[in-house]
Design a protein around this ligand. Structure first.
Ligand code: NDP
Length: 290
């Protein structure tokens, strides 16, 4: 049985963070302290965990870190005022509003309200346009950037490869497809209306799953020797665990791994990369805004 290379997101993220630490010191020596503001609205427990670990990573790197917690009943106007104040604050280089927002709030208009030069989540239309244009002054959203970093570490030849991305969200599927295209892969984007998904996936030298369907990708969907990046994070019931559940990806890892040249585990693959790339984007913002 083939032994695939396991793409360890924790250790790759740790090395990205070490680079960030060195760059933070260099910026501070020039009188610039990188600053990240994270805004949490409401009391979604998963969001609170993400925001907590972003704030801890900022503190660990020596960033100026601002955590703004707003009540679940916050109005659109109140949230836009908070964003406007952060846009105007020179100590804040990056702004991240944690999604999902409570349902009375309109996410697209919140994204548009963030200064594009501080949009370290890479969701503002100006940054999406820069991604399409290949303009490196834009911010690439963190999970796609982290997936590409793991692909780079895998040693896969991207130029000329057949790449299949399952999922077409603005958060993951579309940006990752554009990043693969920019590196000269031949890219197919599959989605819920795609016909014969297993046959499409079997063409892939590089397969990226960003679907949100636990263990959907099976062994016979995967070309032997492919590199598989599993972005999915799904919580499924597991009576053998004390918590009663476990996390799993969009790929049936035990079945698929033996066919691959390299694969990301879940958890411990793409997940840890997301925060590391957020810190990298904040440093880019600090460099650009000064
Ligand atoms: P979305 O729900 O926004 O998008 C899912 C995509 O998958 C859609 O394009 C949808 O197609 C497609 N899809 C759904 N069902 C099928 C199917 N049966 N066959 C083919 N395609 C299908 O999810 P996200 O992109 O935000 O997230 C995807 C996964 O990645 C989730 O598990 C999420 O938790 C995880 N994630 C992980 C992150 C990390 O840090 N590792 C960060 C962000 C997300 P259509 O457009 O046609 O509806």
């Amino acid at each position: 049985m083939n032994q695939p290379r396991i793409l360890d997101g924790k250790s790759v993220a740790a090395s990205v963070l070490e680079e960030c630490r060195a760059e933070t010191a260099a910026l501070k020596a020039k009188g610039i302290t990188p600053g990240l503001a994270v805004v949490l609205v409401g009391d979604d427990p998963a969001s609170a965990v993400y925001v907590g670990s972003k704030a801890r990573t900022c503190a660990d790197l020596g960033f100026h870190s601002v955590k703004i917690e707003l009540p679940a009943e916050t109005t659109q106007e109140e949230l836009l005022k908070v964003v406007a104040d952060l846009n105007a604050d020179p100590a804040v280089h990056g702004i991240l509003v944690q999604f999902p927002l409570p349902k009375q709030l309109d996410e697209p208009s919140v994204i548009r309200a963030i200064h594009p030069g501080k949009d370290v989540d890479g969701l503002h239309p100006e940054n999406v346009a820069k991604l399409v244009l290949g303009d490196p002054t834009g911010f690439v959203s963190c999970t796609p950037a982290g997936s590409m970093k793991l692909l780079e570490v895998s040693g896969a030849e991207i130029s000329g490869a057949e790449a299949v991305v399952i999922g077409r969200s603005m958060l993951v599927g579309k940006p990752v497809a554009l990043l693969l295209l920019a590196q000269n892969a031949t890219v197919t984007i599959a989605h819920s209306r795609s016909k014969d998904l297993p046959a499409i996936c079997r063409r892939a030298d590089i397969l990226i799953a960003a679907v949100g369907r636990p263990e959907m990708v099976k062994a016979d969907w995967v070309k032997p020797g492919a590199v598989v990046i599993d972005v999915g994070i799904n919580r499924i019931p597991d009576p053998s665990k004390k918590s009663g559940h476990r996390l799993t990806g969009d790929v049936d890892y035990p079945e698929v791994a033996p066919r691959c040249a390299a694969i990301t585990p879940v958890p411990g693959g793409v997940g840890p990369m997301t925060i590391a790339m957020l810190m990298k984007n904040t440093l880019q913002a600090a460099r650009q805004l000064g």
